[in-house]
Each structure stands twice: as structure tokens, then as C-alpha cells.
Design a binder for this molecule. Structure first.
Ligand code: NAD
Ligand code: ISD
Length: 408
């Protein structure tokens, strides 16, 4: 987003949004959830940006009515931060007074791990609308077929659930000992893995694929694992992580944690340039350190904060964000707040439908996880994590479980 002279709605600032995409900006969460459902799937503009904030639909008409120039199908090929210009692939030069970088991240490709075949017509990634549409078409064209899901993170888990709902047989392959290894404890992971197994999903853990078997039409027919075993496949879904899109700015702005380093106003090492969302590495006050968070909630709130800081620089406090992650699959739904470091205690009924965990570091509660909670319970764990209470007796915390957060 670049801002320069004036607009009809706001005489002081003109906002322009430049996108390589051909559609107005949208949020990704639906792509691995509602978009993949066989019945009444979500479609644009129902998951336009700001959908989570219950605001107006940000359709192209909305941008127009608000005096924001929406420039689609325009890829920026280079940036000159000193001159405050962007050069597009079409050769146009765009000048800005203030630049907001919201370039997000790209899906890691199997080729980066030495495996060829990503371009086969039945191998899907899941990062954008085109990817999700491709997966929908594949599921429709192979009813009852076999899918191999590579990766046991967010994309792997959410897509595996959607594939099952579409009556596709699923085998998940990932290198760790359990799913969602970046966040879940082995005990939490075991609950979800058992739930998935009850839906027919097979897990192959602690290994990775080494190659694809590809037929004469260029379609993958099987996935070959490192130990030589062969998994027949009608489709492959790959979710092996992302990398922030920083390349336009490398050597011009300070980078940290793989992203563009910003201060508490989301301002980069150049005061005219801001960064938000997956690409921004910002100070998380609660942890006293710079983090780069890959999540829609952080994207929404960091963007809101950057714009407020641009419009009213003297009024703005430092961004004070409580890290939040969530997922919804099948009938399950969990939320996590804070940081998953230190000692962990579990609570609740792991043989039922509501359970959780707290993380305690340096004598304070720093992270909370809850599956199957009510709105009040989720609000309670968020509040407790934000307050970072001292924990003198871990056993007592374990005994109180959900009651600890509800009493705060
Ligand atoms: P991820 O980091 O969550 O998980 C990556 C997984 O791939 C891990 O299990 C990892 O070990 C595995 N992996 C890495 N290399 C591999 C290899 N060579 N072979 C097999 N497995 C390998 O990343 P993701 O699932 O790709 O998700 C991408 C992004 O989308 C993330 O930023 C995530 O936060 C976001 N996302 C979030 C949600 C949500 O918050 N609910 C949902 C979907 C996607
Ligand atoms: O909550 C989510 C979700 O479902 C995603 O796909 O955050 C991510 C992205 O919006 C950020 O990578």
C-alpha cells in the first residue's frame, strides 16, 4: 500500500493498494477450511479482508467508495527505498510518501528440499485462491481417491480434515514425532491424531518423501518415502511451511527472524516504510522480544496499528499484541494464547471434548491452550495469559485447571 496526495474521502492522504492478484484482497483462513467443504463452501467475497472484524465487505466497490485506488494485476519488481519508488513488471514507476509492506509469505516448495514434481497437475500447495480452487477440482475429479498430505502443521491438519469430509482417503507424512510440532505437546497431539485416525486418516511420522512416481501424462501416481515405501496417490497436498516475501527490500531495510524488522509503530528501519502481517518481525511487549507471527489475527491487528500510527503518529502507543492462534477441524476447535515455552501442565478431560494446557516460564503463566471451550472460557484464558500471573504452585494450577483462568 502506498499513500501520497489526496483522495475524495480523506483530503490529507491518498491510499493505493497494489496487488499482483486479479481479485480484491481476501483473508486466507477460509481457504483451508470453509472453501474446501463439499456442501455450501465459502466463496469470495464472503472471506474478504476484515471479515473477522465484522466490518463491511471490502469489495472493489468499497475501495472505490472510500477513495482508495485498488490496482490489481500489478507485480512490483523492484523497490528503491532511498528514492521512495517502486518499479512494476510493466515498467511503471510508482512514487510514495509512505509505504506499507504487506507482502506476506510464500509456500515453501518441495524442490527446496531436493524433491522434484511440484508442477504435476495433481500436486497442490495451499496459499492462495488458485491453489484452493485446484484442490477443490482435484477432490471432485477423484471421488473416493487417495490423497497423501505432506506436512503435519496447520495446512496439513486442516486440509486432511477437509479431504476426509470430501470422502477422500488420507495418509499424512511428516518428519516430527507428532502433528503440530511447533505448538502442540505430545499429549495434545495424541488427542487430535486419535480423532483423525477415528475418521480413517493414516499417519506416517518421523520421515519425509524422497520422490514421486510420475506417469507419462505428468501425473503423480505414488509418493516414495525415504525408506523406499510407496504410497499410491491420486493427489498430493503439500504444507511444509512458508518464507516471508522480503526479497524486494533485502539490503535496504533491516531484517530479523526472516522478516522486516519494525518498531512498536510497525515502522521499519526506514521511517517512511511500515510492515505488517506475516512479513513483519515486531516487538512482542509481553515477551520482551522481536517475533514474526504467521497468523491472520496478528495480520489484522498489526495492519490496523500501522495505519493508526501513520494517521496519528503522536497519539499512538506501542503495539501490544497478545499472540493468538486457532484452528477448527471436524467438530473440534481450539485456541492458544501467548507463548509455548517453559513447563507445561495439562488439564481437563482428554478422553472427552474439553481440555487444555498452561505453560509456565520463569514463575509466570505465559501460554494457554483450550480445546472445546466456551466463549467465556476462551476469553478467560486470553485474559489470564495477558496478565502473566505469578505461579507459585504448579500442582495447584494443574488442580484448578480451567478454574484458574475463570477466577482471574
Ligand atoms: P507449518 O509450519 O504449520 O507446518 C509445516 C509442516 O511441514 C511441519 O509438520 C513440518 O515438519 C513439515 N515439513 C517440513 N518439511 C517437510 C518435508 N520435507 N516433508 C514433510 N514434511 C515437512 O506450515 P504449513 O502447515 O505449511 O502452514 C503454512 C502457513 O499457513 C503457516 O504460516 C501457518 O501459520 C498458516 N496457516 C495457519 C492456519 C491457522 O492458523 N489455523 C491454518 C492454515 C495455515
Ligand atoms: O489463521 C490463519 C489461517 O488460517 C491462515 O492461513 O492465518 C493464516 C494466514 O492468514 C497467515 O499465514
Amino acid at each position: 500500500m502506498a499513500s501520497s496526495a489526496s483522495s475524495p474521502k480523506n483530503p490529507l492522504v491518498q491510499f493505493s493498494v497494489f496487488l499482483a492478484l486479479q481479485v480484491a484482497p481476501y483473508e486466507r483462513p477460509a481457504l483451508s477450511k470453509g472453501f474446501l467443504l463439499p456442501e455450501a463452501p465459502s466463496r469470495l467475497p464472503s472471506f474478504h479482508t476484515c471479515v473477522g472484524a465484522n466490518e463491511e465487505r471490502l469489495t472493489p466497490k468499497w475501495y472505490k467508495e472510500h477513495g482508495i485506488e485498488l490496482v490489481l494485476g500489478t507485480r512490483v519488481k523492484s523497490a528503491d527505498i532511498r528514492r521512495k519508488t517502486l518499479l512494476t513488471v510493466a515498467g511503471e514507476t510508482i512514487s510514495y510518501k509512505i509505504l506499507v509492506i504487506a507482502t506476506g509469505a510464500r509456500a515453501l516448495k518441495l524442490e527446496e528440499f531436493g524433491v522434484k514434481g511440484s508442477n504435476a497437475e495433481n500436486v497442490c500447495y495451499l496459499r492462495n485462491l488458485g491453489d484452493a480452487s485446484m484442490l477443490v477440482d482435484l477432490m471432485k475429479s477423484r471421488p473416493g481417491g487417495n490423497a497423501v498430505v505432506i506436512g503435519g502443521g496447520y495446512i496439513g491438519m486442516e486440509c486432511a480434515a477437509s479431504l476426509v469430509i470430501n470422502k477422500i482417503n488420507v495418509t499424512m507424512v511428516f518428519p516430527e514425532e507428532h502433528c503440530m510440532a511447533r505448538l502442540f505437546t505430545p499429549k495434545i497431539a495424541s488427542y487430535y491424531e486419535n480423532f483423525y485416525k477415528s475418521k480413517g486418516v493414516k499417519f506416517i511420522k518421523g520421515t519425509v518423501l524422497s520422490s514421486f512416481e510420475i506417469d507419462s501424462n505428468g501425473k503423480v501416481t505414488a509418493v516414495i518415502l525415504r525408506d523406499g515405501s510407496r504410497l499410491p496417490a491420486d493427489m498430493v497436498v503439500v504444507g511444509i511451511g512458508i518464507r516471508p516475501n522480503t526479497s524486494l527490500f533485502e539490503g535496504q531495510l533491516t531484517l530479523e527472524k526472516g522478516g522486516i524488522k519494525v518498531n512498536g509503530k510497525m515502522q521499519s528501519s526506514n521511517s517512511s516504510v511500515y510492515a505488517v502481517g506475516d512479513v513483519a518481525a515486531f516487538p512482542v511487549k509481553l515477551f520482551g522480544e522481536i517475533r514474526r507471527l504467521e497468523h491472520v489475527d496478528s495480520a489484522r491487528k498489526s495492519a490496523r496499528h500501522a495505519v493508526a500510527a501513520i494517521m496519528e503518529p503522536n497519539k499512538m502507543d506501542e503495539f501490544d499484541y497478545l499472540p493468538f492462534f486457532y484452528s477448527r477441524v471436524f467438530t473440534l476447535s481450539w485456541q492458544f494464547y501467548g507463548d509455548n515455552v517453559g513447563e507445561v501442565i495439562h488439564f481437563g478431560d482428554f478422553s472427552g471434548s474439553t481440555f487444555g494446557a498452561y505453560w509456565v516460564s520463569k514463575g509466570h503463566l505465559v501460554g494457554s491452550f483450550l480445546e472445546g471451550g466456551t466463549k467465556d472460557e476462551y476469553e478467560a484464558i486470553a485474559k489470564a495469559t495477558r496478565l502473566k500471573p505469578a505461579i507459585e504452585d504448579i500442582g495447584e494450577l494443574e488442580r484448578l485447571g480451567m478454574g484458574f483462568a475463570l477466577a482471574i
